[in-house]
Design a protein around this ligand. Structure first.
Ligand code: CIZ
Length: 301
């Protein structure tokens, strides 16, 4: 039997590849990655990487983002069906129809969107920088797609802006209900409850801290507290338990497991490098506009 980790390291050298893994990936995948983080951090790493091949352990829109920022490199997505239902809740055509109803209003798209939707938008954002990006625009009215919950959170932070929201949501974060937060509060009264802004507004309202995956990780690292309830995908809990063994972490809801993120296993990373699969291609007509949308974001943050 071959040792997958050893083989992955060998193939990585042979292929001149770098392995990137999102915070939501399985532990076994995070352990073989050169870089682990959120999509903003990984997009920057991809753009600056010296290797010819990027193996992106995440979901399709993330690998597409890496390809848009590094069009001359080969980007591989180890599981070809690892998609994002939230990103699939909006099409470029749907966005064009919305834009036609609000002529001249700028469009901010969440990074969880297809290359075509990015190409139709003015500026991109992640959950770590969404408030900053919307605040950076001089217009009062802003179209925000496709995550309604993140848009609602942003709107509450910048009440002077009027956000026109698309009705998309993350099916994993949407499983959490306000009742779940009230129950964990009773169960762990001393714990800090850290929640992702993709959760619905009634849940977000009950949080001690609201932030993206990287912000939640930073909060737990820097906090003097020792017990935390994590309201985002389970991969973040696994990372925190490993990196902060003297603190205690509980998952807010057992359903906080993204089935698409969990498709990638160690075997998939090995097959990706061995068989050079699955290569991400972004249509030439979308690359330049989507690149401009992402680069505008990178200029602000
Ligand atoms: O930006 C990302 O990587 C996503 C999808 C979530 C987060 O909060 O990091």
């Amino acid at each position: 039997m071959i040792d997958l980790t050893t083989e992955i390291q060998r193939l990585k050298q042979d292929r001149n590849a770098v392995i990137l893994a999102h915070n939501y990936q399985l532990d076994e995948v995070q352990r073989v990655a050169d870089y682990v983080g959120d999509s903003l951090y990984l997009s920057k790493v991809a753009a600056n990487s010296k290797q010819d091949v990027i193996v992106f352990c995440g979901v399709r829109f993330m690998a597409e983002t890496a390809k848009i920022l590094s069009p001359t490199k080969t980007v591989l997505l180890p599981e070809k069906d690892a998609g994002c239902p939230l990103a699939e809740m909006i099409t470029a055509e749907g966005l064009r129809t919305l834009k036609s109803k609000h002529p001249g209003v700028p469009v901010v798209c969440y990074i969880n969107s297809s290359a075509e939707v990015k190409a139709e938008s003015d500026i991109c954002c992640t959950s770590a920088n969404a408030v900053k990006i919307v605040a950076s625009l001089s217009d009062r009215k802003v179209i925000f797609v496709p995550d309604e919950n993140l848009g609602d959170y942003v709107a509450k932070q910048i009440p002077e802006k009027e956000l026109i929201l698309w009705k998309g949501h993350c099916v994993t974060h949407a499983k959490v209900k306000a009742e779940d937060v009230k129950q964990v509060r009773e169960l762990y009264p001393a714990a800090k409850i850290l929640i992702h802004p993709e959760c619905n507004p009634a849940v977000v309202k009950l949080a001690d801290f609201v932030g993206s995956t990287s912000e939640i990780i930073r909060y737990a690292e820097e906090s003097e507290e020792s017990t935390f309830v994590i309201g985002t995908e389970m991969g973040v809990v696994c990372t925190l338990r490993e990196t902060l063994p003297n603190k205690q972490f509980f998952l807010l809801h057992p359903g906080l497991v993204c089935p698409n993120m969990k498709k990638t296993r160690l075997e998939s990373v090995y097959q990706a490098l061995h068989n050079h699969q699955y290569e991400i291609d972004v249509e030439q007509e979308h690359i330049l506009s989507a690149q401009r949308t992402l680069e505008r974001m990178l200029e602000v943050v």
